[in-house]
Each structure stands twice: as C-alpha cells, then as structure tokens.
Design a protein around this ligand. Structure first.
Ligand SMILES: [Zn+2]
Ligand SMILES: [Zn+2]
Length: 333
C-alpha cells in the first residue's frame, strides 16, 4: 500500500514527509483493518510533521481523522462487521485504571496513546484501529465531509462545552479554520451569538455566511463584551486581546494542543473580574459519541478542500501557509 511517513520532522516547506510503499498492516486481536477512503488534515499533523510535538514513533504515518470501510477484524472484536463505515480519531488507547480513566476523564490518562503520533494513522491506503476506539458514523454525510468531524469537530465540541456558555450567550471565536467553522455552527444551533476574529478575509466571509453576528481581524474589539471565547489559532499573542474582550466572569478556552508563548498579561486588563483561562486536552470517547449524535441531528455544513492521497505533502504545506479555507481532506484515488 501507499503510506506517508514523517522521515525527519521539520518545516512543512522542507517536505518532512515521504510517500512509501509498505505492506498492508495486519490487525491485532482487538483491532479493525480499515481501507481508508478519506482522512482529514489537522493542525496537529502539522505539529507532528514539523516537530512541535516530540517524536513518539519514528517514521509515523500521520492522520487521525480517517473515514473508511472495515475490511478485516481481529479475533476478539465485537460490534463491527466487514463493510461498516467507521471513523478513526486521535485518542486510540487509555489504561482504563488510573484516577482519570476511573472518573470519566480518560482524555487526561497519562498512559493514553494517539493515532498518527504513537501509532500509524490515516495518511495511507489502509490502517488499523482498536475497535474500542473506533466510531460508528452518522448517515447523510459523504466520507470527505465526515473526516473533519473526527478531530476538528470533536475537539471544538469539547472546547465549546468547556466555555460553559450560557444559553443565548455571546461567544468569541479566534481563528476560523476547520474546527472553528464546525464549532460556530454547533454554538449557533444552540442559540449563541457568535463573533469571529480571523486574519483571513475568506474565512471572515464564510463566518458571516454561516450566521456569525460579526467577523473582524484577530486583535479587534468585539461589538459587545463576550461571555466566553475559544482560541483556535495557535497564537499565544492572541490570549491578551481575547481576555480583554471578555465580560467579567467570562471564560477563555484554548483549544489547541500547541500554542506559542502567551504574551505578557496585565492583571487588571486581562484577568481581574474573575475571568478564567482554560485548556482543552484531547477528548473522551463520550465527547466523540455525543458530538457525532449531534451531527446526525443537526446537519453541519462541512467546508472541505480535497487533495489526492498522493498530495498530502502539499495539503500540509497549504495548511502551514494558511491557504486552506475550511478543512483539507485527503481522498483515496
Ligand atoms: Zn488511564
Ligand atoms: Zn486533530
């Protein structure tokens, strides 16, 4: 099969991935073998390829938003059959025994492992996944539109929940890529008022089309104080303006796995008035199942740009260069 491998992590413009021929993997007893039909290109893949995240598996195949068809099952698998359409996401293993796993917070498990970082992911023609961590997928979406739901959608959903936005509340969204454009729709569907801050004029247009109340540049002031904000851009310099835009008691949630250094905060201007900063760390399987049920009930407009599997390096370079509107998705040839 064809598979992309991160040979030497480095800047995307230096082409850190190579396309290789590898044997089709054999599923372990608890795993599914999946023929990949689409795989989203997430900013975390860029962090893996560029070396912002430490190497966990040399030569790893990136990709943790894979949609495909089950073609074989390990001997111990139940609940799946050949031909099922399944989703493969970032979280692919937890210990099940630690204080986090035992209290509904498996996203914090110190022994957790991740697709496309600790184990090979979806930038390939075939991949495997532990059945316990695979998702059944909603009807009504083509493969290409489902792929971004599996990380961009799920993480955005968790970030939105962590804002504790009141019903009808005012939400700021900083950065408007794959995750943000889905999260905005979920927030709007529950009655929120959404203000978007992004440097991309095309993304601002998309935000307004989807129903945002306003869309402006990232360091601008919102037309009204915000009850909550989510920072999707991996830019620590946006933390102070996002905090300054909050109403007293407001919550800022940082959604990314990686953020550049946070610019200096001023206690009076940025935190006083019981404003809060929170992070999001991966997601639980329950988050994923809840979000996919929501996506089945409220059809989401998923904006994608398709690339052939063979052009994954170009997709990553385009993401690095802010040239993708919506979500980049690799599709099987
Ligand atoms: Zn655990
Ligand atoms: Zn991701």
């Amino acid at each position: 099969m064809r598979a992309w491998s991160v040979r030497r992590p480095g800047p995307a413009r230096g082409w850190p991935m190579v396309l290789e021929r590898r044997p089709v993997p054999t599923p372990a007893a608890d795993e599914l073998l999946v023929r990949v039909r689409a795989c989203g290109v997430c900013r975390t893949d860029l962090h893996v390829a560029e070396g912002d995240l430490p190497v966990h598996r040399p030569g790893v195949v990136p990709g943790h938003e894979a949609v495909g068809e089950v073609v074989a099952l390990g001997s111990a698998v139940t609940g799946f059959a050949p031909g099922d359409r399944v989703g493969i996401a970032w979280l692919r293993g937890t210990c099940g025994e630690c204080r986090y796993c035992l209290t509904g917070r498996e996203n914090l498990c110190p022994y957790s492992v991740y697709t496309g970082w600790d184990d090979d992911g979806g930038y390939a023609e075939f991949t495997t996944v532990p059945a316990e961590f695979a998702y059944h997928l909603p009807e009504g979406y083509p493969d290409e539109k489902l792929a971004p739901l599996l990380c961009a959608g799920i993480i955005g959903y968790r970030a939105l929940r962590r804002t504790e936005l009141p019903r009808g509340g005012r939400l700021g969204i900083y950065g408007f890529g794959a995750s943000a454009h889905l999260t905005a729709q979920v927030a709007l569907a529950t009655g929120a008022l959404v203000h978007v801050f992004t440097r991309s004029p095309r993304a601002r247009e998309l935000a307004l089309e989807l129903g945002a109340a306003s869309a402006g540049p990232p360091t601008g002031r919102p037309p009204e104080p915000l009850d909550a904000a989510i920072l999707f851009a991996p830019a620590g310099e946006l933390v102070p303006p996002a905090l300054a835009a909050l109403d007293w008691g407001g919550v800022l949630v940082v959604a990314g796995i990686h953020l550049t250094d946070i610019a200096r905060l001023n206690y009076q201007r940025h935190l006083y008035g019981e404003r809060t900063v929170r992070s999001v760390t991966a997601n639980t399987r329950e988050d994923g199942q809840e979000f996919l049920r929501l996506a089945a009930r409220h059809p989401l407009q998923v904006h994608t740009t398709a690339y052939d599997l063979g052009a994954a390096d170009h997709a990553l370079a385009d993401l690095a260069g802010d040239r993708v509107t919506g979500a980049a998705v690799l599709v099987a040839g």
